[in-house]
Design a protein. Structure first.
Length: 289
């Protein structure tokens, strides 16, 4: 790489240096808030305001408080609720998205184009526009109280996932139809084509769908708050952490809020680290397998 850079013209060297400098600045801008949250989670002083970027005193009390002080917030319960909802909705959403994307990409049938257009139009509207209607439907079904609240949130997060098929369909469109035709000529059915040919070649988009579906319940606040209301037993981490910023709690819980933000990033990071190799392998890796 060093030898290649020395062979560049002066003008191209300047462009490369400026591009790398710009990317370095963007990296710092992106990492600075993350570093601040991590440092705040270890801050030994209370309150939401600090006169220094780096804490004057470090402590683990903010993390310990989350798992020992249940007088106001039951953080482990929030994490468990969110993990259950995220795991189940991830499985259902991934199945819906991949199924819809494969059907619209590889199969040809009547009303295919109108269905695609209708799904695209529905997906253009943000989910919070329908949250009041969704709440009353959930309430009518009797899912607004007790353990059925988890079922309600899973239904909300996974129910309309199929409308977000566009990225997966775009990936399936890049896989040659000749593979399907060859498999069908050899006697395979549509299910075998999907499971034994298309899916091994589509690991990157499957992983992407899993990650976005799993992360959704961890970061969503509005729909979870509307559904949970004042029922703290079924709060997700997004709702619980936001409540820590209320006026009556922020002075005592702000640093624990930062600690909670660090903790809830761990499951998503673990899932990404366990599946990132499929991004690198791509189609060539799947063919080798």
């Amino acid at each position: 790489m060093k030898g290649t850079f020395h062979r560049y013209s002066t003008g191209k060297k300047i462009k490369v240096i400026l591009a790398h400098a710009f990317l370095a600045v963007l990296a710092v801008v992106w990492l600075l808030p993350v570093l601040w949250v991590i440092l705040t989670s270890f801050r030994g002083t209370k309150g939401s305001y600090s006169s220094t970027f780096f804490p004057t005193r470090y402590t683990l009390d903010n993390y310990i408080k989350l798992f020992t002080d249940f007088s106001v917030f039951n953080f482990p319960k929030m994490v468990w609720n969110t993990f259950i909802i995220a795991s189940v909705s991830c499985i259902i959403s991934t199945f819906f998205v991949i199924s819809v994307a494969y059907t619209l990409s590889r199969l040809r049938f009547r009303a295919r184009k109108p269905l695609m257009n209708a799904a695209m139009i529905i997906h253009l509207f943000p989910g919070f526009m329908s949250m009041i209607a969704v709440y009353y439907i959930i309430k009518m079904l009797g899912w607004s109280d007790g353990p059925m609240l988890r079922v309600a949130m899973i239904a909300v997060y996974a129910g309309g996932a199929g409308c977000g098929y566009h990225i997966a369909k775009g990936f399936f469109d890049t896989i040659s139809m000749s593979l399907d035709e060859a498999a069908l000529l050899d006697g395979a059915n549509k299910w075998q084509v999907l499971t034994q040919i298309i899916m091994p070649l589509s690991k990157p988009v499957v992983v992407y769908t899993m990650l976005t579906s799993f992360a959704g319940p961890f970061k969503d606040f509005m729909l979870a708050k509307v559904l949970c209301g004042a029922n703290q037993e079924y709060y997700t981490v997004a709702v619980g952490l936001y409540q820590m910023l209320d006026v009556e709690y922020i002075d005592q819980w702000f640093c624990s809020f930062a600690a909670g933000a660090v903790i809830i990033s761990i499951p998503v990071a673990i899932l990404f680290l366990c599946t990132q190799k499929y991004y690198v392998e791509g189609v060539s890796g799947a063919v080798k397998g």
